[in-house]
Design a protein around this ligand. Sequence first.
Ligand code: SF4
Ligand code: SF4
Length: 83
Amino acid sequence: MDEVKAPKSRPAGRVEVRVDECKGCCYCIEQCPPKVLVLGTTLNRMGYRTAKYVGEGCTGCGICFYACPEPGAITVYKDKTAV
Ligand code: SF4
Ligand code: SF4
């Protein structure tokens, strides 16, 4: 019987937060399924703590983008070459 192998990795993605567009509402942080967004400790020019990507674990699902009320605050990149 042939062995069924699991994919090497899930589809990967990453996000970038434009800190000066972010109001720190945390909607993206609350909605992210793998919980890879956190609230940073530094303040942006408007005095808000802003969302921050922990650097790994993003699947590129885009939920944070749709959850964010601030146009242009968060951008999702999906790696289409990931297995
Ligand atoms: S794209 Fe999905 S996994 Fe990546 S940070 Fe946004 S909600 Fe989380
Ligand atoms: S949802 Fe948008 S405005 Fe709110 S913390 Fe996340 S990136 Fe910032």
